[in-house]
Ligand binder design. Structure first.
Ligand SMILES: *Cc1c(COP(=O)(O)O)cnc(C)c1O
Length: 410
């Protein structure tokens, strides 16, 4: 299954992207070679491809409790997010207020922040704050909605911390006020059950490469009856909702990945959660001055974000990389200075901890041996880096001996 040996990669960065499942790849391959017809063609060579797309749409719909006509294929999660938000603004051009959160993925956050220049209109954006555990105050949310609000866009689960928002309650509240509701569910779908059948939600974004399908394929759920204005204008594909010849193989891969997710969601919630907890508890126990970022239980089963005070996340990643361990940090290296991520800043994670955050995100392809290896390798890395950190030394006089400079930006 997974290649092992000296080059074996311990991949714990599954919230960034996932491995294409072998079953998914196998299902896709014929559509690159033998079965290359265009689904819009009149001949049966193309028609057989159209049938596979119908099947794929059914599989996606079935995973999230939707009907197949409510699924529109897009090129990625980002396109799905843009499509939903821009559609709402065009459907209600007189409404100029958007409610979102401070912890959205850049696909929503940066779009909302640039709407004025994109549409030529002034928009008012409310970015709801989160508390220290990454959660939203529902009363505050309710108060933020006005008659001028066109759409609420709130992610289902956070990509950095895994924190899950109360989407059901939030969607109900928006619905009772007649406001469209979008959720970026890219991190949730495939990891936790998402059932839209009794949920008054208008738009849901998902992305293939976060659930073992390839990169460059996404879908947008558009509830029957929700006003919709297409983003990509072109041919009549997707019943006129998204122009452009279908990315056939990837669409078939996404359908298979949804079937794969449905079959593995139980494992995701038990075995993977067990591995995640073992990893997280082990790190928090072995490393002093470490803390969990995000709510302990209202969280995806595969994700942990841990901060190690007085070290740089980037330095930790570089050292992990030497053991072929892939993780990610909650900061972005910009022009030589490390800015903690907007998510950790919004949560009020203290400066000394925000800089030393590491996100480990698992998938069904991770094993207990891998967790044990990370538990063996990571704590000494932190100890070593702290030995070189002047901040740590000034805070813990006498604890550490070696001097040296603070680890810089790679
Ligand atoms: C990865 C991700 C996206 C973007 O999806 P792409 O397919 O890479 O464009 C959007 N939102 C969240 C929460 C994500 O994790």
């Amino acid at each position: 299954m997974i290649s092992s040996g000296p080059d074996h990669v311990i991949y714990m960065d599954n919230n960034a992207t996932t491995r294409v499942a072998p079953e998914v790849l196998e299902e896709m391959l014929p559509y690159f070679s033998d079965v290359y017809g265009n689904p819009s063609s009149m001949h049966s060579f193309g028609g057989q491809v159209g049938k596979k797309i119908i099947e794929s749409r059914e599989k996606i719909a079935s995973l999230i409790g939707a009907s197949p006509e409510e699924i529109v294929f897009t090129s990625c999660g980002t396109e799905s997010d843009s499509t939903a938000i821009l559609s709402a603004l065009q459907s209600f051009p007189d409404k100029r207020h958007i409610v979102t959160t401070r912890v959205e993925h850049p696909a929503v956050k940066n779009l909302c922040e640039r709407l004025d220049s994109l549409t030529g209109h002034k928009h008012r954006i409310t970015q709801l704050p989160v508390d220290r555990e990454g959660l939203i105050d529902l009363e505050h949310y309710e108060e933020s909605l006005t008659d001028d609000t066109s759409i609420v866009s709130v992610m289902w689960a956070n990509n950095e911390t895994g924190v899950i928002f109360p989407i059901h309650e939030m969607a109900e509240i928006a619905k009772s006020r007649g406001i469209l509701f979008h959720s970026d569910a890219v991190q949730a779908i495939g990891k936790i059950p998402v059932d839209l059948s009794d949920l008054p939600i208008d738009f849901i974004s998902l992305s293939g490469h976060k659930l073992h399908a390839p990169k460059g394929i996404g879908a947008l759920y558009v509830r029957k009856g929700t006003p919709f204005v297409p983003f990509m204008i072109g041919g009549h594909q997707e019943k006129g909702r998204r122009g452009g010849t279908e990315n056939v193989a990837a669409i078939i891969g996404l359908g298979k990945a949804c079937e794969f997710a449905a079959a593995h969601i139980e494992e995701e919630n038990t075995r993977i959660k067990g591995l995640r907890d073992k990893l997280e508890n082990g790190l928090l126990e072995k490393v002093t001055n470490s803390m969990l970022n995000g709510h302990k239980t209202k969280r995806l089963p595969n994700t942990t974000s841990v901060s190690f005070e007085y070290v740089e996340g980037e330095s930790i990643l570089l050292h992990l990389d030497r053991y072929n361990i892939c993780a990610s940090s909650g900061s972005a290296c910009t022009s030589g200075s490390l800015e903690p991520s907007h998510v950790l800043r919004a949560m009020g994670v203290p400066f000394t901890a925000a800089h030393g955050s590491v996100r480990l995100s698992l998938s069904i392809f991770n094993t207990e041996e891998e967790v044990d290896l990370v538990l063996e390798k990571l704590p000494p890395i932190i100890e070593n880096l702290r030995g070189m950190s002047p901040f740590w030394q000034s805070e813990h006089k006498g604890n550490v001996g070696r001097g040296g400079s603070h680890c810089g930006c790679p």
